[in-house]
Every structure is written in C-alpha cells, then in structure tokens.
Design a protein around this ligand. Structure first.
Ligand code: PLP
Length: 379
C-alpha cells in the first residue's frame, strides 16, 4: 500500500501531492478572506489527500481552525494539532459526545434539540451553531436561531464560539439564492452579536471573500480544484497521478477493446494498458467515447504520454485501463508511465469527462497508489 515501494514500482500508480501548493492556496484564500481569516476544511481525509500530512502542513503555515465532518476525523487529527480548533460539521449525538469532549472538539450543533442536549450533557464546553439559510441540509431554521439567540437560559449557559451557515449555490455567483442567504445570515449573525461567524466556502471566498464575516471555510480550492466553473482557476494544482504502462499491444482495425466489446477500432492501433482502474478511483463513467456508458457525453477520459494525448479505449476496468497510443512516438512510450492527472490533464478535466466534479474524483482516489508528498517546508 501507500509508501511501500520507493518509486511506485510495486504499485499501479504514483500519486504525488504537493503540500507546498496547498499552503500557497491557503495563503491566497486567507488573503482573500481579510479582514477575516481562512480556516481549512479537511473532512474526508482532507478530500482524499491525507489529513495526516495536510493538517500539520497547514498548521505550520498559520492555519488554526479546521473543519471535519465526523467526530472520528477530529479525534484522528487532534494529536497533530494540539492547539488548533477542530469543528465537527455533522453535529453531536448522545453516543459521540464524550469522545468529542475528551478530544477537545467543537461540535457544530444543528438543531434546538442538540443545543439542549449539549447543555444538559456537556455543560459549558465550547460549541458552534449551524443555521440553515436555504440549503435545507443541516442547521437550525432562521426562526430557531433567533429564538436561541434571545433565550437567556439556553444561550447564556452554552459556550457558543462560532455561528455558521452554508451556501447552496456559491458556484453559481448570479444565483438569486446567494443574496438571500447572505442577508438572512447577516441578520442572524447580528443577533449573536460578538460571536465569530462564517459563511463562505471556496467558491464564495473566491468571488466575494468573507462577505463581512470573521472566517471563511474553503475546502476544494485548497486542493487545487475548480470552485467556480467557468472562471479561470487561479489555485495552484496539487495532485499529479501517473499510471504504470504494463503492456503495449497492437490491434487491427475492426477489432474491439475491453469488456462488452463496445469500442471498435477504426484504424490499426497501438494500445497501452495501464495498471490503474476504477478500484483506484479512476472512474468507469469516463470510459472511452463510443462506449454505451458515454452516450450522454461524447468524449471520455484521456491520458498523456509526454504531452501526447492518449484517449481511453473501451471500458475502464477494475485494475486496468486501455489508452490509444497509436500517435505517441516510441521514445515517449519508453518512459513506461502515463499521466492521468497533471500538467496536461487537470483534475477538473478528469471530472468533466466522467460526468462528475473534482470533489468526487479526489475523495475517490484509491489506497493502492504509491503516495508521495512534496514541498512540505519545515514539516
Ligand atoms: C464541505 C464544506 C465546505 C467546504 O466547501 P468547498 O466547496 O470544498 O470549499 C464548507 N462548509 C461546509 C458546511 C461544508 O460542508
């Protein structure tokens, strides 16, 4: 598994994660959050990139607040950042409370019931409140938030250190719901007076900064992903993924490739078989163009061999994927590796070719890669 082979020889792919780029992206987002500060959303193992490396790197750059989804994720990173604030987005429950208190995690309470329960069981330890201003996912209703803000017996006894809400459409800056949510949350935050607040995710931070609140909560932009489709991505790319070519074969025009025999070659071809497949998170939905899976979107995935484009042929399989390298010169193929994500093929190119978003590609990256971390500075 990860790290066992020095240069990835024993693995099907090499995944390189640039911690220096993550730090540079956080600093950029932190600047855009002024006069507020940027926290870092590191849920789902830092979007699949390894919270055990990402969190200390960001802490060394000055990030002091982290958001995870689950209590277990918070418990796992606590020893890495003893001083930092760790917020748990998915709330508190009777059977998670003790572990959260012990690890010094801050639950983001998302209902009146949770607020009462935290007070009854947890007493005075720090908590945060999520308010739902239009997403209909987690949080107190705006009405409940006002009730809580003015309820001295409840609010007075809770140690509320943060109030937050979440945009539903931040990646569509013109959507009317954005303005509505900003106004609604401004009023709620005012009712909580001096309590620190946050609203912006990556997309909102890039288009409007902190929107007047004290903190932002970027995730995907830290990891180099495109937060706002259609706007040039100014973040530094973080992930490079190369797959080992395990065989190069020749096939004749008219023959078919991979399961289902759905891709028929229209010329004599040279095919590179790479040892990465959907079990590694290379999406089956990105199978070659002309494959029935792809009837909705014409073009499927492609790799690059030394700047030469190599489209996926046929269906992506569990451990292997076929690429058309007919037009790739021998000298380039001699290297023996094909770029799946990197300078020639962005994370979001891969996502688009698979009918999904960069978030899903990152959080699906498998455990079989030889993972390497670069540019970690002092860590
Ligand atoms: C995941 C998440 C974020 C980060 O969103 P990005 O789009 O990745 O920047 C921020 N806030 C909440 C509540 C989230 O669930």
């Amino acid at each position: 598994m990860a790290g066992r082979a020095d240069n990835g020889e024993l693995c099907g792919g090499r995944l390189t994660i640039d911690l220096g780029a993550i730090i540079a992206n956080w600093r950029d987002l932190d600047r855009r959050s002024r006069p507020g500060r940027a926290a870092a959303v590191v849920k789902a193992d830092a979007y699949g990139l390894g919270a055990h490396r990402v969190v200390p790197a960001l802490a060394s750059a000055g990030c002091d607040s982290f958001f995870v989804a689950l209590p277990g994720e918070g418990v796992a990173i606590r020893p890495l950042v003893p001083e930092a604030r760790i917020f748990v987005l998915n709330g508190a429950h009777a059977d998670t409370m003790d572990a959260m208190i012990e690890a010094g995690l801050i639950p983001i309470l998302c209902s009146m019931e949770q607020a009462r329960f935290w007070l009854a069981q947890g007493g005075g330890t720090a908590c945060a409140i999520q308010v739902d201003t239009g997403m209909n996912r987690l949080g107190l209703t705006v009405g409940e938030a006002y009730t809580l803000a003015s309820d001295d017996t409840l609010r007075g006894k809770l140690d509320i250190v943060h109030v937050m809400s979440h945009f539903a459409c931040a990646d569509t800056p013109d959507h009317p719901l954005n303005r509505q949510q900003i106004e609604s949350f401004q009023a709620v935050a005012a009712a909580f007076e001096s309590v620190e607040s946050s609203l912006s995710n990556s997309a909102a931070t890039l288009t409007g900064g902190a929107h007047g609140f004290a903190m932002t909560r970027p995730g995907i932009a830290l990891y180099g992903g495109e937060a706002v489709p259609g706007i040039a991505n100014s973040m530094r790319p973080v992930v490079t993924l190369k797959a080992r070519i395990v065989q190069i074969r020749s096939a004749l025009s008219g023959e078919t490739v991979s399961y289902g025999a759905t891709q028929r070659l229209d010329r004599d071809s040279r095919i590179a078989i790479a040892s990465v497949g959907y079990a590694d998170g290379y999406p089956r939905a990105g199978s070659g163009s002309g494959v029935p899976l792809r009837n909705a979107v014409a073009e499927g995935l492609c790799g690059f061999v030394a700047r030469h484009r190599a489209p996926v042929l046929g269906r992506v399989t569990m451990d292997l994927t076929a690429f058309d390298v007919t037009d790739v010169p021998d000298a380039a193929l001699a290297e023996g590796w094909i770029e799946l994500i990197g300078p020639n093929r962005s994370l979001d190119d891969v996502a688009r070719a698979s009918g999904t978003i960069g978030y899903e590609i990152l959080t699906s990256l498998g455990t079989r890669y030889a993972r390497r971390y670069r540019g970690e500075g002092r860590n």
